[in-house]
Design a binder for this molecule. Structure first.
Ligand SMILES: Nc1ncnc2c1ncn2[C@@H]1O[C@H](COP(=O)(O)OP(=O)(O)O)[C@@H](O)[C@H]1O
Ligand SMILES: [Mg+2]
Length: 308
């Protein structure tokens, strides 16, 4: 039994128009995706901006209304409870966001930010609460005297650590991390990613790790789903996705990763040109007449590609 199983998830946003504001169409932000996450493991969700990654994360945690599909947590169908407070699911699944500054209330002190989820679930004395928050700050590498400070007194990387401390407050089993380091400088990115891996090991945490950046995902994830137009074009192990990509969209994403090794630059340029050529000749074969991504076909163990 997986920790989380998502089956045929759809999230459609209505587009309203006219004087009466009637619904005349839908944005199919997420259009029939399925995946599962095991205890302590990380699934990477990758795609360009607008492909439906954040909507997927929000649907799983109850911040976006599910149009269709099912979510199971520890084997139990919780589709109708995802947004409900105080359920075991709300305790077990937490989210961290790209922009820690806008997701942390600027008018609140760190103690109130980090303790907020605890207050929803437990009744601690203020002394007990303070101790818990100080422990959480210690876990994320911040000194206890920071409890009385405000978000603006911290750097971007430190704020992301405060967001992580809050997410950890209820000892969750799964953290949905939506572009958690995309707003940070490169040097700070590596620190926060390494730190996330440490706490993952320590708490046997699972991550749904959302990113547009394949370089970051490679560092974090054993399994990767590539998303495009609200659908999955390819799902596989890190190795399959990086070294045997089969969908033209995945190939393009991989070819576009900037190469850090200067001696590989010419080689990468040739790969890029070859993929661009293949794309212009064969793109249509990878999408339906309606320009939709096909359903996934099993290619080998763990490797699925959207092909006719
Ligand atoms: N609240 C919303 N109302 C209407 N459309 C939305 C809303 N949120 C996202 N969308 C649309 O859904 C699509 C997927 O968005 P999103 O999930 O944010 O993608 P990503 O995180 O991959 O950039 C986009 O076309 C976006 O404009
Ligand atoms: Mg997003």
């Amino acid at each position: 039994m997986s920790l989380l199983e998502v089956e045929n998830l759809k999230v459609y946003y209505p587009i309203r128009g006219g004087i009466l504001g009637q619904v005349h169409n839908y944005v199919k932000a997420v259009d029939g995706i399925s995946f599962s996450i095991e205890d302590g493991k990380t699934l990477g969700l990758v795609g360009e901006s607008g492909s439906g990654k954040s909507t997927t994360g929000k649907a799983v945690i109850g911040l976006a209304k599910i149009t269709a599909g099912q979510i199971r947590y520890q084997g139990e169908d919780i589709t109708n409870y995802v947004g409900k407070n105080r359920s075991p699911y709300r305790r077990g699944v937490q989210m961290i966001f790209q922009d820690a500054y806008s997701s942390l209330n600027p008018k609140k002190r760190v103690i109130d930010i980090v303790a907020e989820p605890i207050r929803n679930f437990e009744h601690l004395t203020s002394k007990q609460e303070r101790k818990r928050v100080e422990e959480l700050l210690d876990i994320v590498g911040l000194a206890p005297e920071n409890v009385l400070k405000y978000p603006h007194e911290f750097s971007g990387g430190q704020r992301q650590r405060i967001g992580i401390a809050r997410a950890l407050a209820l000892r969750p089993k799964l953290i949905i991390a939506d572009e958690p380091v995309s707003a940070l400088d490169l040097s700070v990115q590596a620190q926060v990613l390494n730190f996330m891996k440490d706490i993952q090991q320590h708490f046997n945490l699972a991550f749904l790790f959302i990113s547009h950046d394949l370089g970051v995902v490679e560092h974090m994830c054993s399994d990767i789903a590539i998303m495009h137009k609200g659908r999955f074009v390819e799902v596989g192990s890190k190795n399959q996705i990086y070294h045997q990509p089969l969908h033209i969209y995945t190939k393009r994403l991989i070819a576009a990763i900037p190469n850090k090794n200067p001696s590989m630059r010419e080689e990468m340029q040739r790969v890029r040109e070859r993929v661009a050529m293949e794309y212009s000749l064969k793109r249509n074969q990878y999408y339906t007449k309606e320009n939709r991504v096909y359903d996934l076909k099993k290619i080998s163990d763990n490797h699925y590609v959207a092909l006719p």
